[in-house]
Design a protein. Sequence first.
Length: 116
Amino acid sequence: QVQLVESGGGLVQPGGSLRLSCTASRSIFGRKAMGWYRQAPGKEREMVATMSGGSVTDYADSVKGRFTISGDIAKATVSLQMNSLNPEDTAVYYCNLKNLYNENYWGKGILVTVSS
């Protein structure tokens, strides 16, 4: 069974930075895109940042200019550099991989808490 393993979450003060990383446990055929989603308490899961072939990236408006996604789809690795964090960024962050058949693979999620 394929697993996406996330790391790097934790507690950070407002204005601080964190870096999330994700790697697939084994090869997934037809990798098309990877990205990060998040779910805050009482809210629906939302897209944070994604990247696809040709290094095309997309960001939620709320994180543009603060977060940067990077990685290598061929190697099934993706990272998310998060700067200028604020309490509204507090959520469980999920790594996602989508293949050519639009099948989604998800990590178990990692908690990011922004609080003083």
